[in-house]
Design a protein around this ligand. Structure first.
Ligand SMILES: CC(=O)N[C@H](C=O)[C@@H](O)[C@H](O)[C@H](O)CO
Ligand SMILES: CC(=O)C(=O)O
Length: 310
């Protein structure tokens, strides 16, 4: 059984993997990065080696080293460190799951294999179960991201009876805009202590209404503080302030989406906002353009984003 650790809640930053200009992992800034999240953004949970961390573009050895660096640097500072261990090879995924347990991570997450795909719920569960079983003491999260994996099995369907198959199942990271599916996941499992983590940052407020218990996202690296204000307003039922916060966040995200937004751009924005060099992404991604960075710089200034207080 998974340890009855306190439920993962609140904001979870999907960490970027910092790289040098030569494309190697820049471990030297991870300590600073932890401090920045905790002190400047009020974010105390992280999700490592996911989409934003270019987890699937790293070698297994790199993934192990990155996981270890975050766990080590986060010790006594972060609440929870969840490691994404999904891979196309079940063996690799199991190796990473075992490794996450060895280094003392707080949980593991897995996406659906996306090249040779599971064609129905039972097959996907079989794969997830084998990974989860490699780390029987760690909470297990399913990372639902159909737009990227191409695996469209609805989360609601997947969750039906999942705890009988995967006893360590502890929650869902839901990166999709289908709020019917998300709402039904919450509705059908309310009595269980699952974490329902929403992954579309620009729509988080709607998911909170639908019962989200937390959120995992790329923008919490630099909009954590603002998003925490929204969570607090929601908590005290001040919905008009919460909406103001969400709109403020949407204005920024909408702006960058129109310029072309992805992991490369996240790296550039985080470098700008935090002052910590995130470096370029790894191929097949390409570095964000100078024009993008200049535009974002101007926008941040005009939104007065970092000091936006409503
Ligand atoms: C596909 C993807 O990377 N989604 C991220 C996490 O789930 C989000 O944090 C988005 O980056 C964010 O919602 C902006 O669209
Ligand atoms: C956003 C997110 O959760 C990820 O980067 O995996």
């Amino acid at each position: 059984m998974a340890s009855p650790k306190k439920r993962l809640q609140g904001l979870v930053a999907a960490t970027i993997t910092p790289m040098t200009e030569h494309g190697e992992i820049n471990f030297s800034v991870i300590g600073q990065y932890v401090d920045y999240l905790v002190e400047k953004q009020g974010v105390k949970n992280i999700f490592v080696n996911g989409t934003t961390g270019e987890g699937l573009s790293l070698s297994v050895s790199e993934r192990r080293q990155v996981a270890e660096a975050w766990v080590t640097k986060g010790r006594n500072k972060l609440d929870q460190v969840v490691i994404h261990v999904g891979a196309l090879s079940l063996k690799e995924s199991q190796e990473l799951a075992r490794h996450a347990a060895e280094i003392g991570a707080d949980g593991i997450a897995v996406i659906a294999p996306f090249f040779l795909k599971p064609w129905n719920k039972d097959v996907l569960i079989n794969f997830l179960r084998e990974v989860a079983a490699a780390a029987p003491a760690l909470p297990f999260y399913y990372y639902h991201v159909p737009a990227l994996t191409g695996v469209k099995i609805r989360a609601e369907e997947l969750l039906d009876g999942i705890q009988e198959k995967i006893p360590t199942f502890q929650g869902l990271k839901f990166s999709d805009t289908d709020l019917l599916d998300f709402g039904q996941c919450v509705d059908q499992h309310r009595q269980r202590q699952f974490a329902f983590l929403f992954g579309v940052d620009e729509q988080l407020l709607s998911a909170l209404v639908m019962g989200a218990t937390g959120a995992v996202g790329s923008t919490y690296n630099y909009l954590g503080k603002k998003t925490n204000q929204m969570l607090e307003a929601f908590e005290r039922k001040d919905f008009s302030s919460a909406l103001n916060c969400q709109f403020c966040i949407q204005r920024f995200i909408n702006f960058v989406i129109k310029l072309g937004f992805g992991v490369s751009q996240t790296k550039a924005i985080m470098t700008l906002v935090s002052g910590i060099p995130m470096g370029p992404p790894r191929l097949p991604l390409q570095k964000a353009s100078r024009e993008f960075t200049d535009n974002v710089k101007a926008k941040l200034k005009s939104l007065d984003f970092l000091s936006c207080t409503d």
